[in-house]
Write a new protein. Sequence first.
Length: 72
Amino acid sequence: MNEPMERGSDLLPLRRMAARLGVPSKWLREQAEAGDVPGLLAGNRWLFRPDVVTPIVAAMAAPSLESKGGAE
């Protein structure tokens, strides 16, 4: 029997995930290809779990914010 997916575990395609994160889709694809951001390559499409990727990308941005003196 198929169980429903947990809330927040839906997969988003590359462009939608990049838009949600506010980053260029090219950057997100490069990070996924390098293994820095987890994603699933299904055929020629990258898919991402927002509940996993969002905090990782936020942590990646945190050092650059700190070097600029924090958020203004």
